[in-house]
Design a protein around this ligand. Sequence first.
Ligand code: DC
Length: 224
Amino acid sequence: MSPVPVLTIDGPSGSGKGTVSAEVARRLGWHMLDSGALYRLTALAALRHQVSLDDVEGLAEIARTLEVEFLAQAQGPARIMLEGQPVSDELRTESCGNAASKVAAIPAVREALLQRQRDFQQAPGLVADGRDMGTVVFPQAAVKVFLTASAEERAQRRFKQLKEKGMDVNLPALLQEIAERDQRDSNRSVAPLKPAEDALVLDTTGMGIDEVVESVLQACKSFI
Ligand code: DC
């Protein structure tokens, strides 16, 4: 029996991965793994249980015992629950993203979340969104895509997204945070952010979401 097909979509913050992955999963009728949410959930759970972001063993234990549910919705992204409480909005804050980036640099945390991510590979297929989906978590994936865009464009996109949610944001501060997070995600010793050797690298600077979605669907044409 051939394995359940996986499409990996990796890339830096604000590259449009989340939106593109969700739309591609919807169009293919496949499941979706938002792996960044698992790192965000680990950071949020640590905060709630008063485990310091410097406590490596404590954070690994949080990741191992994380009690989460992804509740699929008729439309839009899954509703994410942590220990029975809805946390989708809290997870998307910049402070949670920054804490997640620190937590994600810890090898024991990554190890603890590995099998949990692989368990999402279920029929008829999986779109896996993250940083190391094609390099570490699903190295045998049928199709691998790496999305990127200039830091300025990614900051602009994030700015617009957060503004639309009514959040108070500052563009230069966002650009600096994105640059710092890129630096941390790309230079960590374990599973750094980089395209898999067999990934299709798409620079989406100046491209609209629909155009990117079409390019990704084109790349997995043999499965449709
Ligand atoms: O994609 P995101 O912004 O929700 O990810 C939050 C943080 O988690 C990001 O700074 C990098 C980290 N991350 C990771 O290291 N590996 C992944 N597969 C997904 C996210």
